[in-house]
Each structure stands twice: as C-alpha cells, then as structure tokens.
Write a protein that binds this ligand. Sequence first.
Ligand SMILES: [Zn+2]
Length: 198
Amino acid sequence: MGGPEVERLIGLLAKLPGMGPRSARRAALRLLQEPETRMAPLAAALEEAARMVRRCSLCGNLDSQDPCAICADPHRDRSTICVVEGVSDLWALERAGVHRGLYHVLGGTLSALGGVGPDDLNLRPLLARIEAGGVAEVILALGATVDGAATAHWLSDRLRPLRVVVTRLAHGVPIGGALDVLDEGTLAAALRARRPAQ
Ligand SMILES: [Zn+2]
C-alpha cells in the first residue's frame, strides 16, 4: 500500500528503537498527512544532524562541534572523568545535572560471551587521557550488569597504577539495570554517594 516510497519509509522507521511495524505505520501516516508541518521539518533536521553531528574525538560524545561542548567548556572540572557505556548514559547524567567534570564514552562493555574485547571499545583512549595527567578521579558509571561489572573490574585494574582515585556509583542502580532508564533523582543520588571501586 502507498507504493515503494511509503514501504521504505515504514521499513526505516520500524528499525528505530522503541518502534515496531505498527508504530512505524502510524508515524509514517502522520508524516505523510502533514507534509509541510511534520515531514519537511523532520527531513531537514535529519539531514542537518547527519551532516553536522560527529563523535567527539576526546570523549566519544555526539555533538556538532569537536571537541564537544562539554569537553570545550572551560567551567567543567577537568580533574574528574565519568566513564559511561553509551551516549544515552551521558545524556541521562547531564539531565540529572550532578556531574560537573568530563566524560568518557566507552561505546559498550567488555563481553566474553559477545566477543567484545578492549580493542573493540573506546578504552585505550581513556587510558591515554589519564596518562596525559591532570585527572584525579575516575567515576565508573557503568550499568549493574555482568558485563558492566567485568568492565569496571578491568578498568580498575588498569587505572590503579596511574595514581587516580577510582569510584563507582552507589545504590540506586538496579542489578541488571542500565543507567539511562533511571530517573534523574536516583541517578543524582547514586553519583553523589559513589564509593571506591573494588
Ligand atoms: Zn567530548
């Protein structure tokens, strides 16, 4: 129905997180029915974002400037780096508004089962940032999953000889849970009550 253009639009929308075939059809229909007010602005925003937004070469955040606005902000505390799995976690912590330092996005976690090793993640650039000096504390804000814990352990071992304090989030992160689903208050409390990593 609607021709190959519509089928393609629905197919692409259905691949987005939180979307399935049914919600993709509804979204496509809304866009098609309001070409001027919905379709055109969305198409322009997608095109501009695809053209402008890049990974920050320092921390791995997504931004239209490199270094990203956080890395470039002279008011951020450069002695503290908060390590997160993904950009969504960075955004969640920024919404919570408790971390005034910098970030480092790993792009995932180590996973023996999934075959993800240190070189598959943005890990060695983190070690290089710390080895360059000026970092006093590294906060491991990783999910409370088996792989998140294994990644925190790997990082703690590597960071200990570099003379930095390594902390991790306290209570509030549910076992097996991701960071970006937590409400801002819980996330803020977990960061404030962080404790030394084992
Ligand atoms: Zn950055």
